[in-house]
Write a protein that binds this ligand. Structure first.
Ligand code: ITT
Length: 191
């Protein structure tokens, strides 16, 4: 079985990726002594590559990374690639959600999508890339306590519940990350 290092420093994301990929994948945690990777890319794929490559260089092993953004139509696709730091330096999940709700106050167009790029990289330069997205709406207030990040204000199309009102398994079945990592696993075949 190929052993991959999981490049994400976000424990909420790492736990979802482990659940989605399941026991068929041997995922080592990101070593604690690897410094933060500057996400300077212009696209989700650029940033996923930067994170995966940094862990390949640090460990000499294949690595798997995820870069995710929330694209809100009424904000021209923001926060997008800048979703983690949307409300500035020292941003938290709560401050990002508060800024998003404030920006959308009084707006009737609430359409948005989450997009994830999942990327596997090997020391010999090989790469496999997959993408997953989910359409939905930004609710007018925070609902639910599950999930993380923008989940309490995102309801996927076809559901009245936000991701934060779903179980972890339900979110993974619908989500951008579920779709991206199932597509990545399908491309990788047996590992
Ligand atoms: P790593 O780069 O170490 O993986 P990160 O938190 O910086 O962790 P991203 O840049 O991919 O990861 O994610 C940007 C932000 O988007 C993240 O901090 C959350 O606020 C939000 N986010 C990502 N995935 C999400 C999800 O499934 N549900 C809700 N919000 C999410």
């Amino acid at each position: 079985m190929t052993v991959f290092v999981l490049a994400s420093a976000n424990p909420d994301k790492a736990s979802e990726i482990r659940d989605i990929l399941g026991p068929g994948f041997d995922l080592l945690p990101r070593p604690g002594d690897v410094g933060e990777v500057d996400e300077t890319g212009e696209t989700l794929e650029d940033n996923a590559r930067l994170k995966a490559r940094a862990l390949v260089v640090a460990t000499g092993r294949p690595a798997i990374a995820d870069d995710t953004g929330l694209e809100v139509d009424a904000l021209g696709g923001a926060p997008g690639v800048r979703s983690a730091r949307y409300s500035g330096a020292g941003a938290t999940y709560e401050s990002n959600v508060a800024k998003l709700l404030a920006e959308l106050t009084g707006r009737s167009d609430r359409r948005a999508r989450f997009r994830t790029v999942a990327l596997a990289a090997w020391p010999d330069g090989r790469e496999v890339v997959a993408e997953g997205s989910v359409q939905g709406v930004i609710t007018d207030r925070v609902r639910g306590s599950g999930g993380f990040g923008y989940d309490p204000v995102f309801a996927p199309d076809g559901q009245h519940r936000t991701f934060a009102e779903m179980t972890a398994a339900e979110k993974n079945a619908w989500s951008h990350r579920g779709r991206a990592f199932r597509a990545l696993a399908a491309q990788l075949g047996p590992v």
